[in-house]
Design a binder for this molecule. Structure first.
Ligand SMILES: Nc1ncnc2c1ncn2[C@@H]1O[C@H](COP(=O)(O)OP(=O)(O)OP(=O)(O)O)[C@@H](O)[C@H]1O
Ligand SMILES: [Mg+2]
Length: 72
């Protein structure tokens, strides 16, 4: 089993904007996929306004760069 992300802990408040920066393969997309509800976290928890993420929801939007969805 690949461990894509380990020991991450952060809190993002409503008015904050967060940028995840790091080298290729460090786990940025995996974090976003877990927050989006596309993949479950193997351990720990991700909460939105106190509620655990159980799957994708209309309160989250993710644009992945793999699908040519971004403007040039
Ligand atoms: N479906 C998968 N199966 C196996 N390993 C995976 C899978 N998805 C990601 N990984 C591995 O998990 C780690 C984190 O990958 P991830 O795609 O989250 O990195 P990233 O920071 O988004 O990279 P990039 O900047 O290239 O987009 C890498 O070692 C990657 O090879
Ligand atoms: Mg990525």
């Amino acid at each position: 089993m690949v461990s894509a992300v380990e020991d991450i802990s952060l809190r993002i408040n409503k008015t904050e904007r967060l940028v995840l920066l790091g080298p290729s393969g460090c786990g940025k997309s995996s974090i976003l996929k877990a927050v989006a509800g596309f993949i479950p976290a193997a351990s720990g928890q991700i909460l939105i306004e106190g509620r655990a993420i159980k799957g994708p929801g209309a309160d989250r939007i993710v644009v992945f760069q793999e699908f040519d969805q971004l403007l040039p």
